[in-house]
Design a protein around this ligand. Sequence first.
Ligand SMILES: [Zn+2]
Length: 196
Amino acid sequence: MNEDFKKILKFLEKLPGIGKRSAQRIGFYLLKMDENEIKEFTNSLILARESLKICEECFNYSEERICKVCRNENRDNSLLCIVEEPSHLFFIESSKVYNGKYFVLGGLLTSEKEEIMKERINKLLEKVKKNELKEIIIALNPTTEGEATSYYLYDILKEYNKKITRIGLGLPFGSSLELTDPITITKAMEGRKEIS
Ligand SMILES: [Zn+2]
């Protein structure tokens, strides 16, 4: 195995949900790909990454300073849904069940991203103080870290006297929004319950 190929495998293993064996299968598949196709793929990846910004309002990925969801005047400003990652926002959006605004936390309490998260929580509190929110929906993964972070958020948000709800009922423990189909996300969103 040459060094470049080893590098590719090491990289592929880092991707979510890809183990050593899958990395090898994908690696060999990539080697067989048409050269032009590979060029097109890598160029698109570089271009997508270069044009990517982070929305100043909600921390979603955006092509502009403020993302499309935040710019959309038809969305309900009284609802704020807190998610861990932009990809989770994307999956909730694709279920079309929600028409409010979002806030991307950027990590969970016990993850290595804790520092980013603390900074974002300050921004979140600014938002909660400023906005006429009727409901804050906590939509974190039903995992140990997700639970811990949800309760932490509830604890700091409850003094603002907003309705605070949580999705996740119906989602199996340990599951991820990324791997959940739109129907289950819809049910989890519609079945959200107030935390008390
Ligand atoms: Zn935004």
